[in-house]
Design a protein around this ligand. Structure first.
Ligand SMILES: Nc1ncnc2c1ncn2[C@@H]1O[C@H](COP(=O)(O)OP(=O)(O)OP(=O)(O)O)[C@@H](O)[C@H]1O
Ligand SMILES: [Mg+2]
Length: 400
């Protein structure tokens, strides 16, 4: 049976005053009951898209409808139809879990009896019933996130937006939240858009994944179909120096048994040299550089540059390091290793490690964007904000 769409987005665009084109003409539809993932790195435009859909931010152009309501002409209808779990924590820490939910229920005009019943129901669903009357400042990061999800669903929305639902949480807590999201999607028949930069999260949870990069959708498909784009094995080679990687790359470029060669990030820093995407990547990055420069000068003026280095563990003036690692997409990866070793034999090139794996969504991201998803691409202030959320979530881990 063909499911009907509950969200329709047409050419949605947001250009901020600083000329940053955060969202660049995106169009897509979401079917009723679907979980759609927005997978993209720091600064890709995920939150900006959700904010426009939630009527919190006016698009520069384009439009969208949710549950039949137009985001520009019928914002009240849209707001009644959605629940939003924001990327930044928004709970009142000085209230109990139950009081936070009660406050939200009153804003949405839920009658007392209905409200109290629904609060009990949602506290049970997210396993917080026994902590409901404790102050939220005694909750762990995972508990707070679960309470925010319960709050997002309190007023029976048809659509739920989850902006980075597990950012900064430990793997065990993250998995518990994934299971709850899945259950809520089924039990509450709620359509979900979630944003994430964790490929495992998108793979586990989403019916379809939209890869978003520099404000554009660069791929949209089911997790399996995305992975099937890369048939074969990934042979990942790490060399002693970037120069060695460059030399071997030249030697491998004409081998017909290699379907792709990608250079891969060292930590957060990354340079791609995909011939087919290099040009567009460069021009869009230049656009971003302007925005970044203005943010950096603000930070330097406030004397926070050292803080930035400590926090990011890197010198921000030198964001691009050349990579020592190459990924080859080939058939029967294991059988190609001796050939690669033979090529290197007798040269000065030192191969430090070889790893073979089946393509993952990380590899898909790399091939469609030319970059590693873990690379920071947002402005300096975006990165600081993100690290603050992670610290906040981790700081509370001890509290169960
Ligand atoms: N109010 C604003 N004014 C100017 N630029 C902004 C504003 N909000 C976001 N941006 C810029 O727009 C781009 C997209 O930001 P957005 O927050 O949508 O990214 P994101 O994909 O949600 O990133 P993250 O993973 O860090 O949450 C970034 O370059 C960001 O710096
Ligand atoms: Mg965001």
């Amino acid at each position: 049976m063909k499911r009907i769409s509950i969200i329709e987005v047409k050419e949605l665009t947001k250009v901020f005053d600083n000329n940053i084109r955060a969202v660049d003409g995106i169009s897509f539809t979401v079917k009723k009951g679907e979980i759609l993932g927005f997978l993209g790195p720091n600064g890709a435009g995920k939150t900006t898209t959700l904010n426009m859909l939630a009527t919190l931010l006016r698009p520069t152009s384009g439009t969208a409808s949710i549950n039949g309501y137009d985001i520009l002409k019928e914002p009240d209808g849209v707001r009644r139809s959605i629940g939003y779990v924001f990327q930044d924590p928004t709970l009142d820490l000085e209230l109990t879990g139950r009081e936070n939910l009660d406050f939200h229920g009153r804003i949405y005009g839920l009658e007392r009896d209905v409200r109290q019943q629904r609060i009990r129901e949602m506290l049970d669903t997210v396993n917080l019933a026994d902590r409901a009357d404790d102050f939220v400042n005694t909750y762990s990061g995972g508990m707070k996130r679960r309470l925010e999800i319960a709050r997002g669903l309190l007023h029976y929305p048809k659509v739920l937006f989850l902006d980075e639902p597990t950012l900064g949480l430990d793997p065990q807590t993250r998995r518990a939240i994934w299971e709850q999201i899945q259950r809520l999607n089924q039990e509450e028949s709620v359509t979900i858009i979630l944003t994430t930069h964790y490929t495992e999260e998108a793979d586990y949870l989403c019916d379809r994944i939209q890869i978003i990069d520099f404000g554009k959708i660069v791929a949209l498909d089911t997790p399996n179909k995305l992975k099937a784009r890369l048939e074969g094995d990934i042979v990942s080679l790490t060399f002693k120096t970037p120069q060695h990687a460059r030399q071997i790359q030249q030697m491998l470029e004409n081998k017909e048994w290699i379907r792709r060669i990608d250079k891969v990030a060292n930590g957060n820093h990354y340079v791609s040299i995909h011939p087919n995407i290099q040009k567009i990547q460069r021009s869009r990055r230049d656009e971003r550089a302007d925005g970044m420069a203005s943010n950096m000068s603000y930070v330097q003026a406030s004397g926070a540059e050292k803080f930035s280095k400590d926090m990011l563990g890197a010198d921000n003036k030198n964001v691009q390091h050349e990579s020592k690692r190459l990924n080859l997409l080939v058939d029967n990866g294991g059988s190609r290793v001796p050939e690669i070793v033979k090529l290197i034999h007798g040269t000065e090139i030192i191969l430090e490690s070889v790893e073979i794996h089946k393509p993952t969504l990380d590899d898909v991201f790399l091939t469609v964007t030319g970059r590693n998803i873990r690379q920071e691409q947002g402005s300096f202030m975006d990165t600081v904000r993100r690290h603050r959320i992670i610290r906040h979530a981790r700081g509370q881990r001890g509290k169960r």
